[in-house]
Design a protein around this ligand. Structure first.
Ligand SMILES: [Cu+2]
Length: 662
């Protein structure tokens, strides 16, 4: 019976119990944690090219993620070619909202690669477990060492230098795994100077400094239950944003949680996990570093969130289910203070986020039912209640005199998919429907300057919910030597929110050319296609290729902005004993479907070639890895379709890295 229940628990986590766990330990919960680790080990936070990557670089290796880049730091992740408002971005399911009106701080900038175990990306409505979404979900999973490992102490230290921007980093993490007590800790420092483009020109204001530390402590109160507390502290200082008219002086985040987990050996309910969390972010921009600014503006922002997650996993024969309750309250505040060179002579004050409260309560469910050994049905849904309150609604009423101070929205979501496996072929087909509420900026933003199209943006509290109708399909073939998979999705989004020129109001920022208001298009359509192939040329020589195609139009068949042109990635990987060499090429074709209406110009094609080599050896019990590589070997001068203000990307960059694992 015990064996059976273990198998169920394994299925639960959506991971395969393979030959590695042939020895099933007595303690169910212990085994559960181990399986989890085995599953995670498959997707380490490193890419094929680099063993020491930033969180952004790691995300960039995922085929359905692209980025808007405003410099070298804190890239804004786009899932399915949709901006970050359309996805839920969470850390272990916890909602965190950036404190910058200019999106300088997506929450991916508040973690570090050495405190994460993996990143869970779900497309479209399948990602609705953590709350209402249109594009999908990106959940950053923290490291969490299981109880009672044979090896009590483990850890890693990693250091490296990147020559192009003189980036120097030190990352260390350690874990203790006792039978009753577990601790995980990490600390990291990164410091980088300005980078240089392919023409050897220095990109001014592209430096950054980041410090991050985390601690997690867990205690087993009974064989099947445990408590855990976690905290992350992150601080970025003196970060340049070359594509924006200002930089970041200081950004600080504290992210905390306390959770209780109960496992059940028998019955329908198998895991019950409840977490309370709190996080606070403060963000201070600085434009005095830019001599071209005649008038200065301080634009500090604060974002505070409290929340609760309670989740149960159910399992009965071939049926499994996750049910999650999400409750959170966020308050977002952003100020704008304008003054001439003399700071004491303040000329203007406004709230660009007028103390906006967002309260969300939602219940989500994901079910999967194995109809047979060959086919599976996944289905689920979510229902959320979203409440907004604008404390200083007078700012919103300047443009929308009838704007209500409070707003309630109902956010339903539904999805279903069917998977079929016939011999070496896999097929899936799915559909989804879901609503999302406008973001704080879209609904309540006041004069948020967008340096991409040089307009000041005004939120509209009365915007309708965005409603997404989605279809997706995939087909794949796999044998011992090769695999190929094609995945496609299509979104028809009603009331698509985007900025449109307003006839009233005059620009506030002297650089801006006019005022845009967030409005709803009748609809927009997005299509994404990815083809993924792997081929093992020899036992130790592997080839991989990815091709991405996307197309997106508005209700008048005009192009939407920030849609990736046809792009590709291809790589070769060779291993011999402790040595490994990899080379990769990636690029975009010419951007044919750009959008002048939304401030875009055409971006030419580019191609980047990278190479790296590493050697792994043991010094006593310490596994040591040394890596040297070069990115953009040909020193190509380029910028991508999503580089804010066509800011050129990094030229040739030689990187080195040394890692010790004990
Ligand atoms: Cu900012």
């Amino acid at each position: 019976m015990k064996k059976l229940s273990v198998i169920f628990l394994v299925l639960f986590l959506g991971m395969n119990a393979n030959a590695q766990d042939a020895e099933i330990p007595r303690d169910t919960s212990k085994h559960l944690e181990e399986v989890k680790i085995i599953g995670i080990a498959k997707r380490k936070i490193e890419t094929e090219m680099k063993m020491a990557v930033s969180v952004d670089e790691f995300l960039a290796s995922s085929e359905n993620i692209s980025f808007i880049k405003r410099g070298a730091y804190a890239w804004e992740p786009l899932l399915n070619n949709m901006s970050s408002e359309r996805s839920t971005l969470t850390i272990d399911g916890m909602h965190i909202f950036g404190a910058c009106t200019d999106k300088m701080d997506p929450i991916t900038s508040y973690v570090e690669s050495n405190n994460l175990s993996t990143i869970d990306i779900k497309s479209g409505q399948e990602g609705s477990l953590h709350g209402a979404t249109v594009g999908g979900s990106i959940d950053l999973k923290r490291k969490s060492t299981p109880f009672g490992l044979e090896k009590k102490f483990s850890g890693a230290y990693q250091t490296g230098f990147e020559f192009n921007n003189k980036q120097f980093y030190n990352l260390a993490n350690a874990s203790y795994a006792g039978d009753k007590f577990v601790a995980d800790g990490s600390i990291s420092f990164r410091k980088a100077g300005n980078y240089h483009d392919g023409n050897q020109n220095e990109i001014k204001h592209s430096q950054y400094n980041k410090f991050n530390t985390s601690l997690g402590l867990a205690y087993k109160i009974s064989p099947l239950s445990s408590v855990r507390v976690d905290a992350i502290f992150d601080q970025a200082k003196d970060v340049g944003y070359p594509a924006l008219p200002m930089d970041l002086w200081l950004s600080r985040a504290i992210i905390t949680s306390a959770s209780y987990k109960q496992l059940f050996e028998a019955g329908l309910v198998r895991i019950w996990d409840t977490k309370l969390y709190f996080n606070a972010i403060e963000h201070y921009m600085d434009d005095t570093t830019r001599p071209e600014n005649l008038v200065h503006m301080d634009m500090p922002g604060w974002s505070t969130t409290y929340g609760l997650i309670s989740k149960i996993n159910l399992q009965e024969d071939r049926y499994s289910s996750e049910i999650q309750l999400n409750v959170y309250e966020n308050i977002s505040i952003a100020e704008m203070r304008m003054y001439p060179q003399d700071r004491s002579k303040r000329t203007m004050f406004a709230y660009s986020w007028p103390w906006v409260t967002t309260r969300f309560t939602g219940l989500s469910m994901n079910n999967s039912w194995e109809i047979s050994d060959k086919s599976q049905l996944n289905f689920g849904g979510s229902l959320g209640l979203n409440y907004n309150y604008s404390k200083y609604v007078e700012f919103n009423r300047i443009f929308y005199p009838e704007a209500p101070q409070k707003n309630n929205r109902l956010l339903p979501g539904l999805h279903a998919s069917y998977e079929l496996n016939i011999d070496q072929f896999d097929f899936s087909i799915g559909t989804g429907y879901g609503h999302r509420a406008p973001s704080v900026s879209e609904a309540y933003g006041y004069y948020i300057y967008n340096s991409f199209d040089r307009y000041d943006y005004i939120g509209n509290p009365d915007l309708k919910n965005e409603i997404s109708y989605e279809a997706n399909a995939s087909a794949g073939f796999k044998n011992e030597k090769m695999s190929i998979e094609a995945k496609a999705n299509y979104f028809h989004i009603q009331n698509y929110i985007i900025g449109r020129i307003l006839s009233l109001g005059s620009p506030m920022n002297y650089q801006s050319v006019g005022v845009k208001g967030y409005t709803s298009l009748d609809h927009a359509k997005l299509f994404n296609l990815t083809i993924n192939t792997n081929y093992d040329i020899l036992q130790h020589l592997h080839w991989k290729g990815v091709l991405n195609y996307a197309r997106a139009t508005d209700d008048k068949d005009g192009n939407l902005p920030f849609i990736r042109p046809l792009s590709y990635q291809t790589s070769l990987h060779f291993m011999h004993k402790g040595f490994s060499v990899q080379t990769s090429m990636n690029g975009d074709f010419k951007q044919d479907n750009y959008s002048p209406e939304y401030g875009e110009d055409q971006t030419p094609a580019y191609m980047i070639w990278n190479i790296s080599g590493d050697y792994t050896f043991n010094i006593k019990n310490v596994k040591t890895a040394l890596q040297v590589g070069a990115e953009n070997i040909f020193n190509e001068y380029y910028s991508t379709y999503a580089d804010w203000g066509n800011i050129p990307r990094m030229g040739r960059n030689i990187f080195t890295s040394l890692k010790f694992n004990f």
